[in-house]
Design a binder for this molecule. Structure first.
Ligand SMILES: Nc1nc2c(ncn2[C@@H]2O[C@H](COP(=O)(O)OP(=O)(O)OP(=O)(O)O)[C@@H](O)[C@H]2O)c(=O)[nH]1
Ligand SMILES: [Mg+2]
Length: 352
């Protein structure tokens, strides 16, 4: 799961990158653990030799949008952004004499400027493709890929022309697949982080609050963060964090909230394998079967699948340990087609 930081130069992308990657930051690509209190609780109880959290791969390698340049988004930007699964859009909302900016501080203007460029990029591709499909004989053959593409493009060109990002549209599954295959930038999930000044993370300006509301209304998570504060916080002992956060009127780090929103935007749930050698959190597409979960762990385990031993998170939490949950009769034996729920603890019985 590749997450690309996008935004104007000097908006705070690299600062947020370092904050989210914590001590593991290296170069401009880092696997970042997804903050997960359930996983922390399992680890604290099992005390395994090896701890493997779920991660997302954060990229700070995408060229910044260049304010004032003839092309806001360069070809290099577009080429790297389209390879990402999620875009994490950092918007400058802080003023600072020590970090000059190309224009006045106007986060709503900046957020919209980039969104417009992304929409126009997608629109151009759709227009070019439709022009070619108009001459393609197969576009008249029901069931043919050209036919399906043409119909999908004819549906999305209207909203795109009106400035609507593709991620905000209600699409059929096959249309969603076409949007994904064409790597449309506005079809990717996006999370927007408004990087506000020190002390403003709990009280962003009314313009930013309104914009965040509008973004959330189209299903785009949006947060106010203070990137340097997050970076400072990421260097603190985890035990000291809650008090420090409380002193700022916050309950959770915005960096943690942002990474979780990124993870959630991918339509993923998490299941756990709680072993003494290794305890691990596994991302899984929502709606996946026990067999798919087994295959996520290892294809051999899927091949030898007999049954899945499943303990739901609330039962684990109430019991206090996997052993106690088993003794309390909270373990369910499930077959291949059983749908895994978010938070399930799983052990796959298999022929090895
Ligand atoms: N006062 C203040 N300064 C910040 C904030 N966020 C970032 N900065 C500073 O702004 C400058 C730019 O931050 P970066 O994180 O490097 O920005 P960037 O988006 O990676 O910039 P480019 O790599 O040029 O695209 C640095 O000097 C940061 O310390 C903030 O919330 N408040
Ligand atoms: Mg940078």
């Amino acid at each position: 799961m590749n997450v690309g930081l996008i935004g104007f130069s000097q908006s705070g992308k690299s600062t947020l990158y370092r904050a989210a990657a914590r001590s593991q930051a290296k170069g401009d690509v880092t696997a970042v653990p997804v903050p997960d209190p359930r996983f922390d609780a399992i680890v604290a109880q099992v005390k395994p030799k090896k701890i493997t959290p779920a991660t997302v791969i954060l990229h700070d390698s995408i060229e910044a949008a260049q304010g004032g340049a003839p092309r806001l988004l360069s070809q290099r930007f577009l080429d790297s952004a389209k390879k990402m699964d999620v875009l994490l859009h950092v918007v400058r909302a802080f003023d600072s004499v020590s970090a000059p900016y190309h224009d006045t501080i106007d986060p709503v203007r900046d957020a919209e400027a980039i969104e417009v460029e992304l929409v126009l990029t997608d629109l151009q591709i759709v227009e070019n493709r439709l022009e070619r499909l108009a001459k393609a004989p197969n576009a008249k053959v029901p069931g043919h890929q050209d036919y399906l593409d043409k119909h999908a493009f004819e549906k999305i060109i209207g909203p795109l022309s009106e400035g609507e990002p593709l991620r905000a549209l209600e699409l059929e599954e096959h249309e969603r697949l076409i949007v994904k295959n064409y790597q449309f930038l506005t079809g990717k999930p996006m999370v927007v982080a408004f990087n506000v000044g020190e002390g403003d993370a709990a009280n962003p300006s009314s313009e930013v609050v309104r914009k965040m509301g509008a973004l959330r209304a189209i299903g785009t998570p949006a947060f106010a963060i203070c990137a340097p504060f997050e970076e400072e916080l990421s260097q603190l002992d985890p035990a000291d964090q809650p008090e420090f956060l409380a002193s700022m009127g916050l309950t959770e780090t915005a960096g943690a909230k942002t990474i979780r929103a990124v993870y959630d935007s991918l339509g993923l749930i998490t299941f756990y394998t709680a072993g003494e050698n290794e305890t691990r959190a596994w991302p899984l597409r929502r709606g996946s079967s026990a067999l798919k979960a087994a295959d996520t762990i290892h294809s051999d385990i899927a091949r030898g699948f007999i049954r899945a031993e499943v303990v739901h998170w609330p039962d684990y939490e109430a019991s206090g340990s996997l052993d106690a949950a088993y003794h309390a009769g909270k373990m369910h034996l499930e077959g291949k087609d059983h749908v895994i729920e978010d938070g399930d603890l799983i052990h796959i019985r298999n022929k090895t």
